[in-house]
Design a protein around this ligand. Structure first.
Ligand SMILES: [Zn+2]
Length: 409
């Protein structure tokens, strides 16, 4: 045996007595009591563990550029037109270095899997894709990274973008994204993206429905195409901030349609808090979709960081647990059960959203184990408790020492 994590509660059954998890050859081989005889033993002291936190939606390639960007004047902001002029000067090395710095923060905050959005267009070419693929190879010891290639600056209005996207898909990009809000013809972009997804048989993960009114919602077209193209279970929509503008009976009806169609939702609280409500100078709306409400109506949901230190989200420390806590504050979440759900939207539910079949603290699964400094998931979210130890396929990748208070003798 290579490793035994002793005295640990599992996120799927945090109320059960702590158990021991045994690991050999990178996989979980036994879960029981009083296991012994391993090369490495870690006593979790009754804390709980999950099979790793999952960033389902982050932009490594454009993280850490806030210092290069002009400060916005006034309330109106457009992160896309702020970043676009910087892209031609971004080299593979520059993208790699910034993405790596962000990735390392994600690792110490407990991420073991990630889907990262990668911008493709004539301004940046395939340099972002190249950098992220190199980074994924270099950090395979710590995390599985899946790139989602997409046209941030528009598809139908930006000649050359589609050819580059096709090149990335031919080179093996496993997921295709979209950003119809920044296209001069949003509906045409969505049609084209679904056609490409069918042609290359890839999953879809679209930025959708950020804005200050529900007069038009792209989700209606996405629902229709998902059903017509039989893509249920393979479509994720990120943001969905406009759901926060609807009264509960309307958002509940929309949630049930999403659940029936097999469309999952990633809520991105930090970005939506920063970008929504820019039409107002007081009484600014919060603009974050309620993930607990969506979950209640059967939608598979995750919470993610989205952007770190760029014009769409100038702040962030890559702590997913902080993002769950932020959601709890903004949505005025009450009760242990709902807080527990929010933790599952960083872990088990996120795995379902990404269709990860090999995720979980179970015998036969890879030994991705993250011990959190809390006895329950709800405590972790309420108090933003950090991960203390992380293993990827049975190998220790992170150790975090709790701070020490030096009380006078
Ligand atoms: Zn995004």
């Amino acid at each position: 045996m290579d490793l035994i994590v002793k005295n640990v509660r599992r996120v799927a059954a945090p109320d059960a007595d702590p158990a021991d998890i045994a690991v050999a050859d990178g996989g979980i081989v036994a879960i029981g009591s009083s296991l012994s005889g391993a090369r490495e033993t870690y006593d979790a002291g009754g804390r709980f563990a999950c099979a790793g936190l999952i960033e389902t939606h982050i932009h490594l390639d454009k993280s850490r550029i806030i210092d290069r960007c002009q400060l916005p004047e006034g309330r109106r902001v457009n992160p896309v037109t702020t970043v676009a002029p910087l892209k031609p000067a971004m080299t593979v090395e520059d993208i790699y270095a910034r993405a790596e710095a962000t990735l390392r923060e994600c690792l110490v905050n407990g991420a073991t899997r990630m889907r990262t959005q990668v911008e493709i267009d004539p301004g940046i070419g395939l340099r972002g894709f190249e950098a992220i693929r190199a980074l994924a190879d270099a950090y395979r010891w710590a995390i599985d990274i899946e790139p989602c290639v997409f046209p941030q600056d528009g598809l139908t209005n930006y000649p050359g973008t589609e050819e580059l996207l096709v090149e990335a898909l031919k080179a093996g990009a496993p997921v295709l994204g979209a950003a119809p809000r920044y296209d001069s013809d949003p509906a045409a972009q969505i049609d084209r993206i679904f056609a490409l997804a069918r042609e290359f048989d890839v999953d879809l993960d679209l930025h959708l429905d950020v804005g200050d009114s529900t007069d038009h919602m792209d989700i209606r077209q996405v629902l229709d195409l998902t059903e017509r193209c039989r893509r249920g279970g393979r479509v994720v929509v990120g943001h969905m901030a406009k759901l926060s503008l609807m009264p509960p009976h309307q958002s509940a009806a929309m949630a049930r349609r999403l659940a029936d169609a097999g469309i999952a939702v990633t809520v991105l609280p930090a970005t939506d808090l920063y970008l929504m409500g820019r039409d107002r100078d007081h009484d600014v709306r919060r603009g974050v979709a309620d993930a607990n409400h969506l979950h209640e109506h059967g939608v598979t949901c995750s919470l993610s960081s989205n952007n770190i230190l760029n014009p769409a989200t100038p702040y962030g420390d890559c702590s997913l647990i902080r993002i769950a806590n932020l959601h709890a504050n903004v949505l005025q979440v009450v009760g242990a059960q709902r807080l527990r759900e929010l933790f599952l939207m960083l872990s088990e539910h996120s795995a379902r959203l990404l269709n990860l079949a090999d995720y979980g603290l179970e015998i036969g699964k890879p030994a991705d184990i993250v011990v959190i400094d809390a006895t329950t998931p709800e405590q972790a979210v309420a108090e933003i408790r950090p991960p203390l130890a992380v293993w990827k396929r049975g190998r220790r990748t992170v150790t975090r020492q709790p701070p020490e208070l030096h009380v006078p003798a």
